[in-house]
Design a protein around this ligand. Structure first.
Ligand code: C5P
Length: 238
């Protein structure tokens, strides 16, 4: 675990993967007494542009804007300019050198995270693309480059967080999706392939976990948040 003094209420970032702003606001209200960090991704952003983002910020919460920018460098730079200096804490870009450099020029007050390898990707998907590296090696390679280019951190599965932390040190911000309660191995029940529990992710090096369906599809989202926070506490001894 790193020593960045991150409060428990900021550890879990709830992914608001819903198709309209009213549902998103409802979910924020149901979760906000337990967590104050929310992720707006492609689906919700397409449905509401900055309306929900500003609404969440106005309630005093933090926002991770997960649009995973991937385009020619100039276009990425111009897109980052639309997001910077408006209160968003974290934004995501794809981790190739020219894209990262362009995004860094326009970051303003934003912390930028490079996506290393999507957590829905497994070894077989890399092989199908003709890549013979292991997922872990590719994640490490991309994370090291991202850090060298000035990126604040990376999005990576919990399975790689431990090695990233060991090899790249404490400064790197590691944000980990693919969280499933009670699962240390993939049970194959959905599209995430490299999954881990919240407690284990934080204990082995992640700073934040991103959790979508286990919270948003639960009958009692707040109860799931509290159980995950308990798991984090138990796993880290904090
Ligand atoms: O529902 P689930 O917990 O799988 O949601 C994970 C969230 O994290 C989704 O919003 C997904 O877009 C995001 N994410 C991911 N893998 C990455 C980056 C982001 O699953 N590498």
């Amino acid at each position: 675990m790193t020593n960045k003094n991150i409060e428990m209420q900021d550890r879990i970032i709830v992914a608001l993967d819903v198709d309209n702003p009213e549902l998103a606001k409802e979910m924020v209200k149901r979760c906000e007494s337990g967590t104050r960090y929310f992720k707006v991704g492609l689906q919700l952003f397409m449905a509401s542009y900055f309306e929900v983002v500003d609404w969440i910020l106005d309630r005093g919460h933090k926002v991770m804007l997960d649009l995973k920018f991937f385009d020619i460098p100039e276009t990425v730079k111009l897109a980052v300019e639309q997001v910077n200096n408006r209160g968003v804490s974290l934004a995501t870009i794809h981790g190739n050198d020219a894209i990262i450099k362009a995004a860094m020029e326009a970051r303003g007050d934003l912390q930028l995270l490079a996506v290393t390898v999507l957590t829905s990707f497994g070894e077989e998907d890399l092989l199908a693309m003709g890549m013979t590296q292991s997922v872990e090696d590719l994640v490490l390679f991309r994370a090291r480059r991202a850090l060298e280019l000035g990126c604040d951190g990376v999005v990576s599965s919990g399975l790689e967080a431990e090695r990233l932390r060991k090899d790249l040190g404490g400064k790197l911000l590691i944000v980990t999706p693919g969280i499933r309660p009670g699962a240390n191995v993939c049970d194959g029940s959905d599209d995430q392939k490299r999954i881990i529990t919240a407690g284990r992710a934080i204990a082995t090096g992640a700073d934040h976990v991103v959790v979508g369906r286990p919270i948003t599809k639960a009958a009692e989202p707040l109860v799931v948040i509290e159980e995950m926070q308990q798991d984090i506490e138990n796993s880290t001894g904090t």
